[in-house]
Design a protein around this ligand. Structure first.
Ligand SMILES: NC(=O)C1=CN([C@@H]2O[C@H](COP(=O)(O)OP(=O)(O)OC[C@H]3O[C@@H](n4cnc5c(N)ncnc54)[C@H](OP(=O)(O)O)[C@@H]3O)[C@@H](O)[C@H]2O)C=CC1
Ligand SMILES: CC(=O)C(=O)O
Ligand SMILES: [Mg+2]
Length: 433
């Protein structure tokens, strides 16, 4: 990051008032009558109604449009365990994205919890406030235990964005990149650097889409994850390869795909050089990727390159899905976000990248260039307003089809098609899980 960008970022966050958000009142509060309705005595009536029927909280409070973005600050971007307070700018940032892209209100909650169980208990205790819980920047492997426990305890959607948001967008981008490079999912060799939240979930979703475990080398700080290692947690062990390869440099040789969800500058030019023809390199660590696009393009002219950042082509970032996953889930009052809903999001995002791109999007990116499906446009741009309807409706539809929705398909959503492929997607997910 340049000095200029660092200074601008600090000024953006501090001026004219600290932070990026505020809370707004949505009802009249000017008169004595208004106060008698908003507060005591009037407020007692919705209290009584909700006590008698808890579902009425969705009618009389913000609950149905309110998501908790909740962290313990243990894996904040690629900055590591910076703690809950230092994580707050990122959580406020996620809140901004929820509001801007999907009109979802967010309370960001930074939890000082000394262990996963304390964190789980805290989130479970405050869950009545929310229509959904977006867990953010919680490191592996504790993130897996935390998410699973909360899904089991709560009847609202719980979604760890760094796992599933990243997986959804990585899979959508990879399927499109493979198509452009003329490669098939069942023939490629994949190297995933990073075996935490994002890495494990992305590989799991790729497997649900048809990739085999023996096509994957997973790598952590100790090197290749292989069956001879005694230090593996169960999540990593599931990806242990029968191999003599021990280092990233050994694993990457001849690989078709590199997925980096680890840390800055870990993939060298020499390693990239050793990859197969037409490689795909997703260097997704934030803020600094595993290899910079400048270096990557200087070494190979046959690659498709993506980062997690807004300032390069091909931004593979969970912002492209988490607002719309929740929009769709909240709109049908889904009790969970299942794999079928995730695959519906993959397919919707993937397909949108192939549609003609409206001029308005070039304007948002301040360029005269028009975008079209190709090696520098494998995914829709985050500023694409079509994402909201396209992804949310696909997710809502999948929730209904899989029986986790409490409300019908919203009337303001696009009309349902007779044969929309959803059955096929659902079938795929169930068969391959
Ligand atoms: N573009 C996007 O949308 C997203 C990007 N990310 C990025 O992915 C990265 C990881 O996030 P997340 O999965 O949540 O974090 P976790 O802490 O859960 O996992 C990090 C993983 O990276 C590995 N790792 C870290 N440094 C190295 C290294 N020097 N060499 C080899 N492996 C290393 C860790 O190894 P070990 O297990 O041995 O500690 C661990 O397996 C971050 O940089 C984050 O910004 C995450 C989510 C979304
Ligand atoms: C994008 C994101 O969630 C991360 O880097 O952690
Ligand atoms: Mg994150």
């Amino acid at each position: 990051m340049t000095q200029e960008l660092k200074e601008s970022a600090l000024a953006y966050h501090s001026e004219p008032r600290p932070g990026k958000l505020c809370i707004q009142i949505t009802k009249p509060t000017e008169t004595q009558r208004d106060l008698a309705l908003a507060y005591t005595p009037g407020v007692a009536e919705p209290v009584r109604q909700i006590k008698a029927d808890p579902e009425l909280a969705y009618q009389y409070t913000l609950k149905g449009n309110l998501v908790g973005v909740i962290t313990n600050g243990t894996a904040v971007l690629g900055l590591g365990n910076v703690g809950p307070l230092a994580a707050k700018p990122v959580m406020e940032g996620k809140a901004v994205l929820f509001k801007q892209f999907a009109d979802i209100d967010v309370f960001d909650i930074e939890v000082n919890a000394s262990n996963p169980q304390a964190f789980i208990n805290t989130v479970a205790r405050i869950a009545p406030t929310f229509g959904g819980i977006n867990l953010e920047d919680i490191k592996g492997p504790q993130c897996f235990e935390i998410e699973q426990a909360l899904i089991e305890r709560l009847d609202i959607p719980v979604f760890h964005d760094d796992q599933h948001g990243t997986a959804i967008i990585t899979v959508a981008a990879l399927l499109n990149a493979l198509e452009l490079q003329g490669k098939n999912l069942d023939e490629i060799k994949v190297v995933c650097l990073g075996a935490g939240a994002a890495g494990i979930a992305s590989m799991r979703l790729l497997i649900a889409m048809g990739l085999r475990r023996d096509q994957i080398y997973m790598i952590d700080r100790e090197g290749v994850i292989h069956t001879g290692r005694a230090d593996l947690n169960p999540y990593k062990f599931a990806f242990a390869a029968e191999t003599q390869k021990r280092t990233l440099a050994e694993a990457i040789e001849g690989a078709d795909v590199f997925i980096g969800v680890s840390g800055a500058n870990l993939l060298s030019a020499r390693m990239l050089q050793s990859m197969n023809d037409k490689p795909i390199v997703f260097a997704l660590s934030n803020p600094d990727p595993e290899i910079s696009p400048e270096i990557a393009h200087s070494v190979r002219d046959d690659l498709i390159m993506a980062t997690g950042r807004s300032d390069y082509p091909n931004q593979v970032n969970n912002v492209l899905c988490f607002p719309y996953i929740f929009r769709g889930a909240l709109d049908v009052r889904a009790t969970r976000i299942n794999q079928e809903m995730m695959i519906a999001a993959v397919m919707a995002i993937r397909d949108l990248a192939k549609q003609p791109v409206p001029e308005i999007i070039s304007k948002a990116y301040d360029t005269d260039k028009s975008f079209s499906f190709g090696s520098e446009y494998i995914l829709p741009k985050p500023m694409d307003p079509r994402l909201k309807m396209v992804v949310s409706s696909a997710v809502a539809q999948a929730a209904i089809t899989t029986g986790v929705a409490k409300l019908p398909y919203p009337s303001h959503y696009p009309k349902l098609k007779e044969d929309n492929g959803l059955k096929q997607e659902t079938h795929l997910a169930t068969d391959l899980a």
